[in-house]
Design a protein around this ligand. Structure first.
Ligand code: PHB
Length: 385
């Protein structure tokens, strides 16, 4: 192994778990479940990535209820059938020596009343406040309807309860822990952000109030798992899904939240760096608040692991780990075309991100066999042993 990437291959203690290296596979929405239930093609996809050496796999965003969904092909974790489907995934991952956390997810205001799954529930689209996101892209709704004004949730504890139930189901499904999706402008992020949350009760306004939903969700999920098997993903720069606050407010909010996460002794906080691709132009300007998340937040945690996500190259990630600027590197895009990413890095095999087929990044209607195209058909390299 080249000494440049060696820091990526030191084991890492994560609560009671030991990661075999520092290569983490990010949650990636690939939309290959049918009727929200994980299937054998999903099992094969995760098995390949575990066999390819990833220490820890974060499941694709997994919906905690049918209400608050956007896509029909994203999996959920509210039913026994989904739990059974996930159990086959977690068994396969464990057989290949990896660990897997369930990323639990509610999209809040960026669901749409006409989205097929949301419609089935007969419930409105809930969010912290009745403020619509600007823009809107719905992969499975005809035309360009744009986001709608959501219904302000009367008691946010109802949504926290859904996260708790999802955590219970994740345990039944054999996951090793859970990651709360607190990033990318979805429900938890909407509570944090003053441009999406203008509540005047204990869930809005001050930093303490806006972080309450995230922290209470963490506490609810920690009661199920113990805090040392819970992680949270945060994207302080915002951008995607029309969130993002002025810099001072951002720093104040996220420094407070991450410092509280340190007190709660979670397994890790996954912090997403600024990424151009996640920063839409809204009303003629880029939406995100660009800043250096390592500089800004690394020092807020000591015992809690700091996972860094977005746009990392392997040598860069190894350097950041060597310098103590991150504990683990979370790769997303590179995992699409390289099931054996960790092994490739370890054994110096080439990476070919240019072969990634964007037209099959997301699944669409079709048979299970058709879902495999651009999903499980990227080859691994061959290795001697
Ligand atoms: C997406 O499918 O576009 C997506 C889903 C979840 C994320 C980010 C992007 O966190």
């Amino acid at each position: 192994m080249s000494s440049v990437v060696a820091p990526l291959f030191q084991p890492l203690k994560l609560g009671p778990l030991t990661l075999r290296n520092r290569v983490v596979m990010s949650a990636l929405t690939r939309s290959r479940s049918i009727d929200t239930v994980p299937n054998k093609v999903n099992v094969e996809y995760y098995r390949q990535r575990a066999a390819g050496g990833a220490a820890l796999i974060i499941s694709e965003g997994t919906l905690i209820s049918r209400q608050g969904t956007e896509w029909p092909y994203a999996p959920g974790i509210w039913s026994d059938e989904q739990v059974d489907g996930w159990k086959k995934v977690t068994d396969a991952v464990h057989e290949e020596g990896s660990l897997i956390f369930a990323q639990i997810w509610h999209v809040g205001r960026v669901a749409h009343p006409d989205a097929p799954e949301q419609k089935k529930t007969g419930e409105p689209v809930y969010a912290p406040s009745a403020i619509s996101a600007r823009g809107g892209k719905f992969r499975f709704i005809d035309g360009q309807p744009g986001y709608t004004t959501p219904t302000e949730i009367d008691d946010p504890r109802k949504l926290i309860e859904l996260f708790r139930k999802a955590a219970v189901n994740a345990k039944k499904a054999g996951f090793d822990g859970v990651e709360i999706h607190g990033a990318n402008g979805y429900l938890v992020h909407q509570f944090l952000d003053t441009t999406a949350n203008n509540r005047t009760d204990q869930w809005g306004g001050s930093v303490e109030n806006r972080t309450r939903f995230a922290l209470e969700t963490i506490k609810a999920v920690s009661e199920v798992w113990g805090p040392d098997r819970v992680g949270i993903k945060l994207a302080p720069c915002g951008g995607y899904n029309d969130v993002g606050m002025p810099l001072e407010e951002t720093l104040e909010t996220y420094r407070y939240l991450i410092s509280e996460i340190e007190k709660l002794k979670l397994a890790y906080v996954c912090v997403v760096r600024y990424a151009e691709a996640m920063d839409p132009v809204i009303d003629g300007k880029k939406r995100a608040t660009q800043h250096d998340v390592v500089e800004s937040y690394r020092s807020c945690v000591k015992d809690v692991r700091f996972h860094l996500n977005s746009g990392l190259t392997p040598p860069e990630a190894a350097g950041l780990i060597k310098d103590g600027k991150a504990d683990a590197a979370v790769f997303g895009f590179l995992y699409v075309a390289h099931p054996d990413l960790a092994k490739r890095i370890q054994f110096g095999k080439p990476l070919h991100p240019e072969i990634t087929k964007f037209e099959t990044l997301y699944g669409r209607e079709g048979t299970l066999e058709e879902q495999a195209a651009g999903y499980t058909d990227y080859p691994a390299e061959t290795y001697d042993s």
